[in-house]
Design a protein around this ligand. Structure first.
Ligand code: OAD
Length: 254
């Protein structure tokens, strides 16, 4: 049995016995859909400087440029479909009694792939909200949005509904993610380089509370002690995990 097959069986067994399961996903989960990741040779941060594009200061200095960059990304994402990894996570939600999907992704491909209970800790790219935080926000799932829309309530510019560097994460969402991590028996870390906090700290929190931690990544990155690594692309590994879980549940019980 290969190390990967052993890992898949161990994870299926752990999922089968768990009351509560949580998963943290990152850009790698959408890589097989064609959405660029952030780090690595072909990552977005190789060609663009985060400080020039993904901070409130950058938006204040040059809102048109920031707007254009996000609209370009919206266009890239609009051309992408959920992959078998997204669909497998939706299956897990249906299969398990209590499953929390925490994502750093802003592309909404988890929802498109069928997941319903998604905690978007870095916001989402399709929501536009008031830069002055007057409370206005709108979901605009289309591209080619004309530059510099104004808030209909207060006239301030509208901004993408993502979390920028230097900003806090949405409080209630982060609270729920923390609760899920602290109380689950199994925690999955999938397709993330685990370098951006506080999201990366959720796996540490889960491990410190006794959860079994599994990582799915072709280039494993988490440094959690005792983590079981399933090395491979999530679009291939996750469907195998679901198949193994379903086979266990259909098979004879001992
Ligand atoms: P990164 O680009 O930092 O990391 C992507 C991870 O996905 C790497 O560990 C890859 O090895 C892995 N990967 C690549 N292909 C994969 C595949 N097919 N299956 C599974 N894994 C694969 O992306 P994130 O960790 O999501 O923040 O980045 C975290 C945050 O940094 C983002 O949410 C964004 C960025 O700056 C904000 O915008 C606030």
């Amino acid at each position: 049995m290969s190390e990967l097959s052993r890992g898949i069986s161990q994870l299926a067994e752990a999922l089968d016995g768990a009351q509560r399961v949580a998963a943290l996903t990152g850009a790698g989960v959408s890589a097989e859909s064609g959405v660029p990741t952030f780090r690595g040779d072909k990552g977005l941060w190789k060609g663009f400087e985060p400080q020039q594009l993904a901070t409130p200061g950058a938006f204040s200095r040059d809102p048109a440029m920031v707007w254009e960059w996000y609209d370009w990304r919206r266009g890239l994402i609009a051309a992408c479909e959920p992959n078998p990894g997204h669909r497998a996570l939706a299956r897990l939600e249906a299969e398990l009694a209590d499953f929390w999907l925490i994502t750093q992704n802003v592309d909404r491909l988890h929802q498109k792939g069928g997941s319903q209970r998604v905690l978007e800790v870095h916001g989402d790219i399709w929501t536009l909200r008031c830069f002055e935080e007057c409370g206005y926000q709108v979901l605009e799932e289309r591209t080619g949005i004309p530059e510099l829309q104004r808030c209909p309530d207060c006239g301030a510019p509208l901004r993408p509904g993502v979390v920028w560097f230097g900003e806090g994460l949405p409080e209630e969402t982060l609270h729920q993610a923390g609760l899920a991590a602290a109380t689950c028996q199994v925690f999955l870390v999938i397709g993330t380089s685990s370098v951006v906090y506080p999201a990366a700290g959720l796996a540490d929190l889960a491990a410190s509370r006794g959860a079994q931690v599994f990582e799915i990544n072709p280039d494993p990155a988490s440094r959690i002690r005792g983590v079981t690594v399933l090395q491979g692309p999530s679009g291939e590994v996750l469907p195998e995990v679901v198949a193994a879980l379903e086979a266990r549940r259909k098979g004879p019980r001992t």
